[in-house]
Design a protein around this ligand. Structure first.
Ligand code: SF4
Length: 228
């Protein structure tokens, strides 16, 4: 089975199991950038709470630039690492304003994926996942953001070689997932990672992609060897 066919089959099983995903709707790039920075090293629940508090308390992102970093940290405390994230968000937005003359990333629309990635990665504190989230969710560019769930599950499914690091996984998945399926595949794998293919205790016995999984087979043979 070729890799793209395998990806289509995996997605079809995920869709049957977890239901239809919300239709693609572009987000504001600055919102996406801030939201993704807040999501680093914490749960969605905590980062979304921090983001909501920030939005309620600030009239605009321009106002954030005039707000003391200590106050920003206080507002985003639910996301954890508040001092680091407050400093990161403020310096990223300050740099965008300096380069663009306003808090707007509309210029990225005109760039190809590599150039847009380079632009975002050149902002201090913006890693491959954050950059890819902005390009996929705000500009609809076909690039796969790789978070901890996607990194783990796609390796188990044999889509990413085990020895690959996160940067290599980004490149590999962006290249092999059919462009029109990246958004759906991204959401589907994350949901699978949260609900079934859990880090320490994957529920292989009830997994919808069990037959397509390399990790499951390995675990099975390893167990058999141990029983000899
Ligand atoms: S079979 Fe197990 S390891 Fe493989 S994808 Fe399913 S839950 Fe994850």
């Amino acid at each position: 089975m070729n890799i793209q066919h395998k990806i289509r089959r995996i997605l079809s099983f995920l869709n049957k199991t977890y239901g239809a995903r919300p239709p693609f709707k572009k987000t504001d790039p600055i919102d996406e950038l801030v939201r993704t920075i807040l999501s680093q090293n914490t749960t969605d629940k905590n980062s979304l709470k921090a983001y909501a508090v920030l939005k309620i308390n600030l009239k605009s992102w321009d106002e954030l630039l005039k707000t003391h970093t200590r106050r920003i940290a206080q507002l985003i405390r639910h996301a954890g690492l508040a001092n680091i994230k407050a400093d990161r968000i403020k310096s990223v937005l300050t740099e965008i304003k300096k380069r663009e003359g306003r808090l707007n990333l509309a210029n990225l629309t005109r760039l190809d994926i590599e150039a847009a990635l380079d632009y975002l990665r050149s902002l201090k504190g913006v890693g491959p996942k954050t950059a890819a989230c902005v390009l996929l969710f705000s500009f609809g560019k076909p690039i796969m953001p790789v978070d901890t769930h996607i990194f783990r599950v796609t390796k188990r499914l044999g889509l990413v070689p085990e020895e690959y690091n996160i940067e290599e996984a980004h490149k590999r998945l962006s290249a092999i997932v059919p462009k029109d399926l990246i958004y759906q595949f991204h959401l589907g794998i994350i949901e699978h990672g949260r609900k079934t293919c859990i880090a320490q205790t994957p529920k292989c016995g009830v997994c919808c992609v069990y037959r397509l999984c390399k990790f499951k087979k390995k675990a099975f043979y390893r167990k058999k060897e141990l029983c000899r």
